[in-house]
Design a protein around this ligand. Structure first.
Ligand SMILES: CC(C)(COP(=O)(O)OP(=O)(O)OC[C@H]1O[C@@H](n2cnc3c(N)ncnc32)[C@H](O)[C@@H]1OP(=O)(O)O)[C@@H](O)C(=O)NCCC(=O)NCCS
Length: 329
């Protein structure tokens, strides 16, 4: 028989044990989390409420965890108890009891927590950048979610009344590639523009500054050569967790990881090689500091141009990440 307990600080090792087991099972999807990462990314976040982090035990052995929390209001200035987030249940693979049974019990306990705080709209697997914790730890990208290999969780969520909400495609590349292809278009674009690197310029919302508090962000902007004082015609933002969150941690020792958070070109300048030039320039710039690294990003299933652009520039599609929705009365 198993039971579900609320988190307290003395249970950190139990949480790490469960996460570590699952991270070994889905190494391309769950980041290895050290105690330091857990402390800075989750427990040290002022939105953290121990009552929302639940651990399942069989006797005294931790066998599964789930985390429930709340998303932001519409303009990102405060929490909204209307938006309940259930992170996917994480369950050890080597347990005697049925994993499905543990997953259900954890999901129900998380729902009870959310209901008790007044939430009636639940997003399982997270809700894009509205998820307050774990940014960069699932799929090594921004959105939290259920990975496509975790068919068991997807099935259970559907059986428990969750509807499919969003599917995002995960793309990844390792830089530097064996060969960078500079097409004539890219060459031509480079004759007309200047690219500048900034520490992130735009003012983040309260919510954004919270979810990215352990990240460093770098932004590159493209300007016409003779229009340096004008608005940029393209921009890209990369984020990295490792240096601030885990200076000596396991993640950094393994390799540097970046999230490509954003890349866009103004509508009047599309298909002229500008985004490709920007991407290659930014990656070569990062290479000077980090050497070899991995870049992860996600694309909504409705954004064919971005997916095609990523493929043309050496990214590979490595899977999907899904979220699910349930509204209760
Ligand atoms: C995706 C995007 C960045 C591409 O910018 P771009 O400067 O037009 O891209 P490039 O000219 O460098 O394209 C390089 C290659 O990518 C592919 N590609 C780019 N746009 C494409 C499209 N609309 N359809 C199909 N393939 C496309 C092509 O293979 C292209 O090579 P080609 O033009 O020689 O065929 C641009 O369409 C954009 O800004 N979209 C909006 C993205 C967005 O919403 N960003 C915010 C969230 S991240």
């Amino acid at each position: 028989m198993f039971k579900v307990r609320e988190f307290s600080n003395r249970l950190v090792d139990d949480w790490l044990k469960v996460w570590g087991d699952q991270a070994a099972r889905f190494p391309e999807f769950l980041a290895p989390v050290t105690r330091q990462v857990m402390e800075t990314q989750i427990l040290g976040n002022f939105l953290f409420d121990p009552a929302g982090l639940l651990i399942a035990y069989e006797d005294d052995e931790p066998i599964g965890v789930i985390h429930a929390a709340f998303g932001p209001n519409a303009d990102g200035t405060d929490l909204s108890h209307q938006v309940g987030i259930l992170y996917p249940p994480v369950i050890r693979s080597d347990i005697a009891v049925r994993r499905g049974e543990v997953a259900r019990a954890l999901i129900e306990a998380a729902e009870n927590y959310l209901r008790g705080r007044g939430s009636r709209r639940w997003y399982a697997g997270g809700y894009g950048n509205s998820s307050p914790f774990y940014t960069g730890l699932y799929g090594w990208t921004n959105p939290v979610g259920v990975c496509d290999e975790d068919t068991e969780t997807i099935e259970i969520l559907r059986q428990m009344g969750y509807r499919d909400d969003r599917v995002s495609r995960r793309f990844r590349m390792v830089w530097p590639p064996s060969r960078v292809s500079i097409t004539p278009k890219i060459q031509e674009a480079s004759n007309h523009v200047t690219i500048s690197r900034f520490a992130r310029q735009s003012e983040p919302s309260w919510w954004e500054s919270n979810i990215y508090r352990n990240f460093e962000s770098e932004e590159w902007n493209v300007f016409f050569r003779d229009g340096l004082n004008d608005d940029p015609i393209a921009g890209a933002v990369f984020r990295q967790m490792t240096r601030t969150c885990s200076p000596r941690g396991e993640i950094e020792q393994k390799e540097s990881r970046f999230i490509l958070d954003y890349i866009a070109v103004v509508e009047t300048r599309l298909r002229r090689g500008i985004a490709s030039l920007l991407l290659i320039f930014a990656l070569a710039d990062l290479e000077r500091t980090y050497g070899r690294f991995t870049v992860d990003t996600v694309v909504g299933t409705d954004d064919a141009p971005l997916a095609s652009f990523l493929r043309a520039n050496g990214f590979l599609e490595v899977g999907t990440v899904s979220s699910f929705r349930k509204v209760v009365s």
